[in-house]
Design a protein around this ligand. Structure first.
Ligand SMILES: NC(=O)c1ccc[n+]([C@@H]2O[C@H](COP(=O)([O-])OP(=O)(O)OC[C@H]3O[C@@H](n4cnc5c(N)ncnc54)[C@H](OP(=O)(O)O)[C@@H]3O)[C@@H](O)[C@H]2O)c1
Length: 349
């Protein structure tokens, strides 16, 4: 019952080490402390998670992750890379998206198992939205373990007038089976003419304890500047935008703007979006082979390299989630980062 990861073949490289350390951390813990949520999935409680962090800490040191830190200045703890919000809240640099989950792409039990696997491997931020139709699905997965999850949802722009944001939030909370969101985002700025109304509604929800923080999504620099001119607009925690090796547009203006304002950026579609087209890139596969991990892990490690970006890859596959979690501790060398720049050049300024 103890083992979360089952293999027909022992995995090699960083991926294998990560999972073996996960097992070792678990084996030191008493049966009483174990929480079993599914046939093959074992979730860590806080004490177990600390044990895993300690174990992964030695792994990070011994595998040379500090090379990446020296090269990029990215934040890293024993549990892997993290990102800090301006209010001091620290979240893992990798979370899990859910726009396509619960829609029959994979068997529902596998998708639930995939999300639980991600949680147990440290990808504890889960992103959803009222329009995804995945909130009830996520509610089932996080039932009984809400306090391990950093839960993000979004309100659709057509719901912002009147008390629409409060109503949408209540409906999301009910579907998710929780009394609060850790982060609530405005999904798009389009057709929203009065950001000050949105900020007031978010601040009211914050004061009522329904949300711990709020932010935006798909905002351009000009939208961010408008937002920051509004009273309390600068309390925005993050901007969720597309970002991957195939889509580096935000490096031109938005990313530096957010860095100047100390605001982390949440990268969506970090694998190139549905179908993960980016993963066909042979450069990623080559670098992955050198590390004994997948192209996906390399793509994700690249996206979170700065310490100011966290990424929310989506997967309904247990095997893919295990590959993705490797990125939390994957060291990319300055030479590898240069090779990736050559294959996927940054936008000209
Ligand atoms: N704010 C917004 O407007 C917005 C827009 C788009 C997305 N998002 C958020 O961002 C999340 C992620 O974005 P996304 O779904 O567009 O793109 P993505 O995460 O870049 O790619 C998802 C695709 O990658 C595949 N995949 C995942 N891990 C893989 C691996 N290790 N190997 C091979 N394939 C893998 C998935 O298939 P499998 O399931 O088979 O693994 C799925 O087809 C969404 O779920 C959503 O939460 C937000």
């Amino acid at each position: 019952m103890r083992t979360i990861v089952r293999y027909t073949r022992r995995p090699q490289g960083i991926y294998g080490q990560l999972n073996r350390l996960h097992d070792q951390a678990g084996s030191a813990l008493s049966r009483r402390d174990r929480i079993v949520k599914g046939k093959n999935t074992r979730l860590l409680n806080r004490r177990e998670f600390s044990g895993l962090c300690a174990a992964l800490g030695s792994f990070v040191t011994s595998s040379g992750a500090f090379a990446l830190d020296a090269a990029t200045g990215a934040a890293s703890t024993g549990a892997g890379r993290t990102v800090k919000f301006r209010d001091g809240t620290i979240v893992p640099a990798l979370g899990q998206g859910s726009a396509g989950l619960g829609k029959g792409r994979h068997p529902v039990a596998e998708e639930e198992e995939a999300l639980r696997t991600g949680l147990s491997l440290g990808m504890t931020l889960i992103d959803t939205a009222e329009i995804y139709g995945s909130e009830e699905f996520i509610g089932r997965v996080i039932a009984g373990q809400r306090n391990r999850v950093f839960l993000v949802s979004k309100v659709w722009p057509s719901h912002v007038t009147g008390n629409g944001i409060a109503r949408a939030c209540e409906a999301s909370l009910a579907r998710l089976g929780t009394d609060h969101l850790d982060l609530y985002l405005l999904h798009w700025p389009n057709r929203v003419t009065d950001f000050s109304h949105v900020v007031r509604a978010f601040e009211d929800l914050h004061a009522a304890g329904k949300i711990r923080a709020w932010g935006v999504s798909n905002f351009k620099v000009s939208d961010m500047e408008k937002l920051f001119q509004i009273p309390q607009g600068d309390r925005c925690a993050t901007n969720q935008v597309p970002y991957s090796l195939d889509d580096r547009g935000i490096e031109r203006g938005l990313l530096p703007w957010c860095e100047r304002h100390g605001m982390p950026v949440m990268a969506y579609s970090p694998l190139g979006g549905p179908g993960a087209s980016l993963l066909r890139d042979p450069t990623l596969a080559r670098i992955g082979a050198a590390h004994g991990c997948s192209a996906a892990a390399v793509a994700l490690a690249w996206s979170i390299r700065s310490g100011n970006v966290f990424a929310i890859p989506e997967s309904g596959s247990v095997a893919h989630v295990k590959e993705n979690a490797v990125a939390l501790t994957l060291p990319l060398t300055p030479q590898e980062l240069q090779t990736l720049d050559a294959a996927h050049p940054p936008p000209s300024r």
